[in-house]
Design a protein around this ligand. Structure first.
Ligand SMILES: CC(C)(COP(=O)(O)OP(=O)(O)OC[C@H]1O[C@@H](n2cnc3c(N)ncnc32)[C@H](O)[C@@H]1OP(=O)(O)O)[C@@H](O)C(=O)NCCC(=O)NCCS
Length: 174
């Protein structure tokens, strides 16, 4: 699975070590862990192992988890980030992160374009939602470039990634 500059690999605990160093930087955590409780490497391994198996206890029968590690094609081909989506049938939520060293190059945009093509194949007809801290302008610009529309937060479905005050965006299926 690939795009022009990137390879995509189903996320497993084997990705935890490389992603740990990316995840636990202040810039990456600023808007996704505002309380400053980053995971330990052991917690990350356990979390990724669980993600690779899907939800152990299904909250709803239609819940589906999708997780990919993003690897740069150019040698030494590091893992540079991850893509997430949880689908609940007609709607779902997405999340994404790249290590700070790879920001500002259009790589998140490239990865997310590929992600939406992938999700359209495995979960067709899903409206994808994202909840974003209002000061996370990089993420908001990315969502707008991807065709997401801002929606009043009162109209959101039950987004597990929503924190009070977040902006909500939705990309309807084409
Ligand atoms: C959100 C996040 C993924 C955005 O990454 P990003 O690199 O800014 O996003 P893009 O790939 O869209 O890159 C856009 C930038 O690359 C530039 N760029 C360079 N070449 C480009 C190309 N070929 N195509 C598109 N953009 C390009 C754009 O001009 C833009 O720069 P600007 O932001 O200074 O205007 C990243 O900031 C991140 O991981 N943050 C931490 C985790 C997080 O907050 N996740 C979101 C939670 S809701």
């Amino acid at each position: 699975m690939q795009s022009k500059n990137l390879h995509f690999e189903p996320l497993t605990d084997a990705h935890a070590d490389e992603l740990f160093s990316i995840l636990t930087t202040p810039a990456v955590l600023a808007f996704i862990d505002p309380n400053g409780n980053p995971p330990t490497i052991e917690e990350l391994r356990t979390e990724y192992a669980a993600r690779s198996h899907g939800p152990v206890v299904l909250a709803t029968p239609t819940e589906q988890w999708f997780n990919m590690a993003i690897r740069l094609k150019i040698p030494p081909s590091p893992v540079i980030g991850r893509l997430e989506a949880t689908g609940y049938g007609e709607w779902g939520e997405v999340a994404y992160l790249l290590g700070e060293a790879w920001w500002g190059k259009g790589l998140a945009f490239e990865a997310m374009l590929w992600w939406h093509d992938y999700l359209a194949a495995v979960a067709p007809g899903t409206a994808w939602w994202a909840a974003v801290h209002p000061l996370n302008q990089r993420s908001i610009r990315l969502l707008k470039r991807l065709g997401y529309k801002k929606v009043d937060a009162n109209q959101r479905p039950k987004l597990s990634s929503y924190d009070v005050g977040d902006c909500c965006f939705v990309r309807l299926p084409s």
